[in-house]
Structure formats: C-alpha cells, structure tokens
Unconditional design. Structure first.
Length: 89
C-alpha cells in the first residue's frame, strides 16, 4: 500500500483510501497480541493515519475541508517512501 501511495498516478488507491486502510488495519490489531511481523507495522500505520489528519487540518481551512474532495488530496510522496523504508519495503 505504501509503495502504491508513493506513485499516486499509477496507484489504484487514493491517499485518503490508503490512510483509511492503515487506520482499519491498525485498529484491528492494536488491542491484541499480534505476531511480531504485524506488530512491527502498527507504528507506521498509525503514523500514516495521523499524518493524513494533521495534513488536512494544517493545510486547509474548515470551509475548504467542508467542500474538498478528499480523494484529490495527496500527501507528499516522500513521506510514503520514508514509511516504506522504515518497514524495509
């Protein structure tokens, strides 16, 4: 998912969809004793979701957010490259 986000023009998913996927994945495993390979993903997935929210709040006014098509918003692709690197992908 992170590699797709780093190439948004070729990705079948928007950055919004990827951030939401990260949130759902994180939420599914955060309260359980996940296997180590899943547990290692959780901080990065939480960061993606958190940075999505922060980017929206810090980039757009409330009025803009109310009118904005969130599927058109793109986070800096460098962020996705860094997250992928942290996971060794």
């Amino acid at each position: 998912m992170l590699r797709w986000a780093a190439t948004p023009d070729q990705s079948p998913f928007t950055h919004r969809q990827i951030a939401e996927w990260c949130d759902r994945f994180w939420f599914a495993y955060v309260e359980m004793d996940a296997p180590p390979e899943i547990d290692a993903l959780l901080p990065v997935l939480a960061d993606v979701d958190c940075q999505w929210d922060l980017y929206l709040v810090n980039t757009y006014s409330l009025e803009q957010l109310q009118e904005l098509d969130l599927d058109q918003v793109r986070l800096p692709v460098e962020w996705f490259n860094e997250w992928a690197q942290r996971l060794g992908a």
